[in-house]
Design a protein around this ligand. Structure first.
Ligand code: GRF
Length: 216
């Protein structure tokens, strides 16, 4: 049974709360996915400790040890190949990846982003949503394409923006939803429930993204 599970690597740079959600999901007996590697560019990333605690292999590939992006990515690729990784999950991985690397993982690499894409690509998403007076904000899991925060959308979770919200409070509520939709999206991809038509994700044959609310 274990051998039938898709082999997952999670790339993290920091705290790894989304990694933890993925670890917890993959610990379920019926999970179609198994995390075989947690890789970080930062030796101090708390995510590495989360992985070690769960008995998952870890690797550190520090971008500062390499002369350029391409040699850094080649080192990452060697780690992924050594573990026969089939699907890559970016979970707060704070390095921009080159188009060549991204295309190697076409439709096999997921990212979580703290906005309702295509709105608010890039950083400081909560501050920007508040500054614009948005009534609704949220997060998105998507397949990764070379352009920043671009690619077919699998699941989005919406949260209302409340009158008393500041960026921290809004971020905390969005993060709760991130921890729900990332494991769900990985499960769909690992179970072969995702196809891509043009640049639209189909989930079990129906146009994505799935939309969740915090009431779901
Ligand atoms: C999350 O906000 C995620 O959306 C973004 O980076 C953050 C990572 O947080 N891509 P964590 O390390 O998973 O706690």
């Amino acid at each position: 049974m274990t051998e039938e599970r898709r082999r997952i690597a999670v790339l993290v740079s920091g705290g790894g709360s989304n990694l933890q959600a993925l670890i917890d999901e993959c610990a379920k007996p019926d999970s179609p996915a198994r995390i075989v590697l947690v890789l970080s560019n930062n030796a101090d990333a708390f995510g590495l400790q989360r992985a070690a605690k769960a008995g998952i292999a870890t690797a550190v590939v520090n971008h500062r040890d390499f002369p350029d992006r391409s040699s850094f990515e080649q080192a990452i690729s060697r780690e992924l190949a050594a573990r026969d990784v089939e699907i890559v999950c970016l979970a707060g991985f704070m390095r921009v990846l080159t188009p060549g690397f991204v295309e190697n993982w076409h439709d096999r690499m997921l990212n979580i982003h703290p906005s309702l894409l295509p709105a608010y690509k890039g950083l400081h998403t909560h501050e920007r949503a508040l500054a614009d007076g948005m009534a609704e904000h949220g997060c998105t899991v998507h397949l990764v394409r070379p352009a920043l925060d671009d690619g077919p959308l699998l699941i989005q979770a919406k949260v209302p923006v409340l009158p008393e919200d500041d960026a921290d409070r809004l971020a905390a509520r969005v993060l709760v939803q991130e921890h729900r939709i990332y494991p769900a999206a990985l499960r769909l991809l690992a179970a072969d429930a995702v196809t891509v038509d043009g640049e639209q994700a189909l989930i079990n044959g129906r146009p994505g993204p799935l939309i969740w609310t915090d009431a779901d």
